[in-house]
Design a protein around this ligand. Structure first.
Ligand code: NAI
Length: 289
């Protein structure tokens, strides 16, 4: 089955690698041709490095690379059995994309969203055939982290989430079925992890490094909340918090932080811009997974 991926950013490129490694031909599309070119070059470099390190045989790396082809337009995704979107986290953009995809793909093609925080039901509602829509939520970095949340929308046809769970398992991942509630499982549990850390900081009770140190060295977490927010990117992380906050009818437990909003407004998006809570240019870089 050919899989189409729309959006070739951090998630789309990683997911393309996962499914191509599992043997699927992949058509990767992005509305930004430069981003698509960067992703294609990045994937080639990543697969080359994996072969160099002996994590993949040169044959598997070459075959994986050969299975991923960039698409110049959405129309080139016509023959796909599944299209998974990993575009910007905006409801209207995802709805519009699914509307356009339904014109292009066949009746049997599944439409999946990698949304972190939006309602899969609301995305599916834009479709002529909403029963074919499902959430397939990977974690960053997709090729490394095994967990995938499979989310049935209210309209998803009975049995489809289970079929998708089996498919995701065949990609070497550990899928869990989650309900279509704000943040699903992990992003809901994670909100207080970030939110309370931000509140402790804002209340002046401890500094960033101390909080991260306590959580990693003493708490056994792989990354502290501030290093993790920097890694995810404040644009993505803040937007998820805003969406979960609104989806819970503004429950103060999920209230976004002014401190994080300030980073976003300043363009200090974290690792990807060289500065977030930590200044990566100074060389004091917290560990990443
Ligand atoms: P990103 O910003 O790295 O990449 C998004 C890509 O989508 C960009 O290359 C952009 O040009 C493209 N794009 C935007 N609108 C488009 C459209 N209408 N048609 C085609 N391409 C379009 O974003 P990232 O981090 O990869 O996130 C993508 C999705 O995955 C979001 O829904 C996000 O919430 C979700 N997600 C992100 C995670 C993360 O840690 N970054 C983790 C899990 C899910």
């Amino acid at each position: 089955m050919t899989i189409g991926i729309v959006g070739s950013g951090a998630m789309g490129a990683g997911i393309a690698q996962v499914v191509a490694q599992a043997g699927h031909p992949v058509r990767l599309f992005d509305q930004d041709a430069a981003a698509l070119a960067r992703a294609t070059a990045g994937l080639a470099a990543t697969l080359g490095k994996l072969a160099e390190k002996g994590k993949l045989t040169p044959e598997v790396a070459a075959a994986t690379k050969a299975r991923i082809s960039p698409a110049a337009s959405l129309g080139e995704l016509a023959g796909c059995g599944l299209v998974l979107e990993a575009i910007v986290e905006k409801l209207e953009a995802k709805q519009q994309l699914f509307r356009e995809l339904e014109v292009v793909v066949g009746e049997e093609c599944l439409l999946a969203t990698n949304t972190s925080s939006l309602s899969v039901t609301a995305i599916a509602a834009a479709c002529q055939q909403p029963e074919r829509c499902v959430g397939i939520h990977f974690f960053n970095p997709a090729p490394v982290l095994p967990l995938v949340e499979v989310v049935a929308a209210a309209q998803t046809r009975p049995g489809l989430a289970d079929e998708v769970r089996t498919l995701v398992q065949s990609w070497g991942k550990r899928p869990v079925l989650a309900q279509d509630t704000p943040g699903f499982i992990v992003n809901r549990v994670a909100r207080p992890f970030y939110g309370e850390a931000l509140r402790i900081l804002e209340e002046g009770l401890a500094d960033i490094a101390t909080i991260d140190w306590a959580l990693t060295e003493l708490g056994g977490f792989r990354m502290g909340p501030f290093a993790l927010m920097d890694f995810i990117g404040h644009d993505v992380n803040f937007r998820v918090t805003e969406a979960v906050f609104a989806a819970f009818f503004f429950d103060p437990r999920y209230r976004p932080s002014f401190r994080q909003q300030q980073l976003l407004l300043a363009g200090y998006l974290g690792c990807k811009t060289g500065r977030g809570f930590y200044d990566y240019a100074s060389g004091a870089v917290p560990p990443t997974p």
